[in-house]
Design a protein around this ligand. Structure first.
Ligand SMILES: [Zn+2]
Length: 293
């Protein structure tokens, strides 16, 4: 499943095509993605200008001139691509080397700037939902999400207070979207490596008895930010189905320090350890037992 850096990469790819442009056409080629599309979706989209394209955790949020917000989630295999110029003007020109089967092009936006934005999703775990202004605060998908790891409010004190008293592992705590939003298995493994912290360590050890952040919490916040920023810079990771809106692959998978590197030497300078894998809460954890404590 795409994690925060992949969704942010998609957002940055869609922004020039969508932000500031009016939705002149909207076509849903089926009545449902993961969930049924709302019957009035097209009516509420067509004619509206996209004021801005934001992101919250792994959700894309298109803010419309009507005040409505279109929430979009990529699911497991969803991707957007942007056609411009001749490609956008040619009827049916949605050919893409990634996926010759146009049957998976489920949703098409035609923008006033000439761009055509196509949502393709072979497995159909993605979804779209339009929200009226009053519905956003109570939206179940967004409610209860923890802080944005790249946002200003996320710091060691906030992370420590979310982990204080928690007997779960650090790995499980970071995967909990209420603690911090948008992280998944890959970037949690990478961030724990970057902070030299064991994925098995008890989450409560990020806080002192009074709930103040320990030095470990400071290190972990820095490592989370560093790994996310590096991944966004590389266009995300191209594991499974993630592509950028241009169809290009992301490159961050070549920079993984531990993820998917079982049996390979640790990349910490001076460490003679070997990357190990074990199953934790049903998911593979990759780490160096020698330098992650
Ligand atoms: Zn090591």
């Amino acid at each position: 499943m795409p994690e925060l850096p992949e969704v942010e990469t998609v957002r940055r790819g869609l922004e020039p095509a969508m932000a500031g442009a009016r939705i002149d056409g909207f076509e849903a080629r089926r009545a449902d993605l993961r969930f049924a599309l709302q019957p009035d979706l097209a009516k509420r989209l067509i004619g509206q200008t996209v004021i801005g394209l934001g992101r919250r955790a792994k959700y894309l949020l298109a803010e419309l001139s009507s005040g409505d917000v279109l929430l979009m989630h990529l699911g497991m295999s969803g991707s957007f691509r942007v056609l411009q110029g001749e490609a956008a003007a040619t009827p049916g020109a949605f050919h893409h080397p990634r996926n010759d089967d146009r049957a998976h092009d489920h949703v098409v936006f035609r923008m006033s700037n000439g761009a055509v934005v196509v949502f393709n999703d072979p497995r159909r775990f993605g979804y779209m939902k339009i929200l009226a202004p009053g519905e956003i605060a109570d939206e179940p998908f967004l409610k209860g999400l923890g802080p944005e790891p790249l946002g200003n409010s996320f710091d060691a004190a906030l992370l420590a207070s979310a982990c204080a008293g928690r007997k779960t592992s650090l790995k499980a705590a970071l995967l909990d979207q209420r603690v911090v939003a948008g992280l998944g298995n890959i970037y949690v493994c990478e961030a724990l490596f970057g902070a030299h912290l064991s994925p098995k360590r008890i989450a409560a050890t990020l806080a002192t008895r009074t709930g103040a952040p320990t030095e470990r919490a400071e290190r972990l916040v820095e490592a989370i930010r560093a790994v996310l920023n590096a991944a966004i810079k590389a266009g995300g990771s191209s594991l499974r189905d993630h592509r950028q809106t241009s169809g290009e692959l992301g490159y961050f998978q070549h920079s993984f320090a531990v993820y998917d590197r079982e049996g390979e030497p640790c990349r910490t300078p001076g460490c003679t350890g070997v990357v190990k894998r074990f199953v934790q809460n049903g998911r593979s954890t990759f780490w160096c037992p020698k330098c992650q404590k």
